[in-house]
Write a protein that binds this ligand. Structure first.
Ligand SMILES: [Zn+2]
Length: 239
């Protein structure tokens, strides 16, 4: 069944088979159905400019040989996930692209070689992802921020990346890494100052420690260069 309204398309799916092989012994021989838990609502790739959700029953199965219960596995989504594999892949590609676009903005690089329409779409999509990332960070009760510096081209001036390490999103890139530049950013971005991070991970640079102490006196400051770089440095450097 398929339901369509102005913004969304909801597609109800149901497996054709009655049972599925046991995830332990690999046999379907002693597997029985034990009803359904609920309907899983899984975000999938957009279609016809609408948001697509797949509604799939979380069917409970039980293997009498293994005395083990499990839930129906769908090929298009990992267990317990709310986004289809295809959607996640697209989102991570977009996140990488939006980071590159931001980096380009900072350096006022002329629009890349992308056709204009695609550029506009990219800009919109990147704004949307950015807003979503900030919203996530603002509402997170266990927010861990990561602060790192990076040079877009080797030997050039440094920028500072602000990451949500748990959500693995890049929240912002700001030009510079001197204390005045950092203070200036904080002053102009109340949404940054209103974050409530539990901890902030950064390298040993004293300017970062001073700045974070000023902005978030209650946050635990963690010096861990490796973690920050691993999380975002690779993407942010635009390689
Ligand atoms: Zn079994």
């Amino acid at each position: 069944m398929m339901e369509i309204d102005e913004q969304t398309i909801q597609i109800e799916v149901r497996p054709r088979a009655h049972i599925q092989a046991c995830s332990i012994c690999g046999s379907a021989h002693s597997v029985i159905r034990k009803g359904s838990n609920r309907t899983r609502k899984i975000r999938h790739l957009n279609a016809f400019c609408k948001t697509v959700y797949i509604l799939a029953p979380a069917i409970r199965l039980y293997c009498k040989d293994c005395h083990a219960g499990f839930v129906w596995r769908y090929a298009f989504v990992d267990s317990g996930k709310r986004y289809s594999t295809a959607f996640e892949e697209q989102a991570s590609r977009l996140a990488a692209v939006s980071t590159v676009k931001q980096s380009a903005d900072i350096h006022s690089m002329p629009g890349s070689t992308l056709p204009t329409q695609q550029q506009q779409w990219l800009a919109r999509e990147s704004d949307r992802l950015q807003q979503q990332a900030w919203k996530e960070a603002a509402t997170s009760s266990k927010l861990v921020l990561g602060i790192d510096d990076f040079a877009i081209r080797k030997g050039h001036t440094y920028n500072t990346g602000i990451h949500n390490l748990r959500g693995e999103t890049l929240l912002d890139n700001l030009p510079g890494r001197k204390l005045e530049e950092l203070r200036d950013y904080a002053q102009k971005h109340p949404s940054f100052l209103s974050l409530r991070p539990l901890a902030v991970v950064m390298d040993l640079a004293p300017y970062y420690h001073a700045w974070i102490q000023e902005c978030f006196p209650e946050a635990i400051r963690v010096a861990d260069r490796f973690h920050v770089q691993r999380c975002g440095g690779g993407i942010a450097s635009g390689s």
